[in-house]
Each structure stands twice: as structure tokens, then as C-alpha cells.
Design a protein around this ligand. Sequence first.
Ligand SMILES: Cc1cn([C@H]2C[C@H](O)[C@@H](COP(=O)(O)OP(=O)(O)OP(=O)(O)O)O2)c(=O)[nH]c1=O
Length: 192
Amino acid sequence: MTVKLYLASASPRRKELLSQLGYDFEQFSVDADERALPNEAPEALVERLARLKAQSGVGIGSENRPVLGSDTIVVADGEALGKPVNKDDFISMMTKLSGNTHQVMTAIALADNQTVMSKTVITEVTFKVLLASEIEQYWSSQEPQDKAGGYGIQGLGGRFVTQLKGSYFAVVGLPLYETDELIQAFMAGRDE
Ligand SMILES: Cc1cn([C@H]2C[C@H](O)[C@@H](COP(=O)(O)OP(=O)(O)OP(=O)(O)O)O2)c(=O)[nH]c1=O
């Protein structure tokens, strides 16, 4: 079975991760309002956004390929942390993560003009206790700005992580095993 997909994402990391699965795909970005609904639980939010991104991508490409959308949020003490809007926001995020275990939730969704399927992967990440000077220095590196929770495990932020339970790839932006499974299940349903 030849699988051809669209990746509805602006993220270079997701592109690189999806390449690891070896499928033929094209990437384009979609605009999605990423704000939470009133009283929306983090798990519901992340899955809704992945589905929204996938469904917003249907009809953009010239072929009727399934569209993959994904979203990642960091959840500390039940609170969803998005990308830091400024330095103060970043410092408050790092203060919550320092010396604690948080959850990284990544949802993936596949959609075409008939179906949408999705899955959420939750990974537990533990940070060492961070010094104020480390937080300050990390902000200056400019790595945190476009990352959910204000850090990148695949970059300079990797040194803060003392333990991880779950999928490293999901933390970076796309869980490889679960994405492959979802693609296979979606394609099997299409062939029926
Ligand atoms: C926690 C963490 C997040 N991130 C990234 C993954 C996501 O790209 C980003 C979370 O933002 P998202 O809104 O999920 O994705 P995005 O805006 O980068 O791309 P798009 O919506 O177009 O698909 O944070 C890391 O790269 N490393 C990490 O360790």
C-alpha cells in the first residue's frame, strides 16, 4: 500500500519526525485558533486542536490525501502551558516545571473529507531544580520562544530533564509509533 499524506503543520520538527516514517508527504500550514474553550480540560483541548488542524487542511492540497494535524501542550499541575508570550510568562513556566514532574500531551489526527481519527499520547517529564541564572540564560538562547511549555527537549532544554516516561518523539512534536499506527488504521478503513 502506497501511503501519501499531507502534513498540516508549520513545524520543521514535525516534518523531520514524519520523514522518519518513510511516507510520501507534502507539508503546508493551517491557521487554527489555539485558545482553550471555557472549562476545557487539557486533554480535550489538545485533541480538539489536532483534529481542527487536520480538518482545516482538508481540501487545501490538490489530491484527496489524508491530512495529518498535531498539537502539543505542556501540563503542570493540571494547567495547560502553551508557548511563552514574553519573558515573564517564560519565567513563571520554568518556576512551575523546576524540580517537578509535568505531562506533555501530544495529539495527532488524520482527516479526509469523510473521516477523522485521532489519538492523544501523554508523556511524564521530570525537571531538575533550576537556578534563576539557568532560566535567565535559557531565555537568552531564544530556544524557548516557539515551544509549548517554553522548552525544547531536543535542544538546550534537554539538560533539564532527569526522567521521561512515555514517548520522547511525542515531546518533540510527533509520536512516531502512534502516528504510524494511526496512519495504518486510517488507510485500512479507507480501503474497506
Ligand atoms: C515540550 C516541547 C515542545 N516542543 C514544540 C513541539 C511543537 O512544535 C511546539 C508546540 O506547538 P504546537 O502549537 O503544537 O505546534 P507548532 O505551532 O510548532 O506547529 P503547528 O501548529 O503548525 O503544527 O513545541 C518541542 O519542540 N520540544 C519540546 O520539548
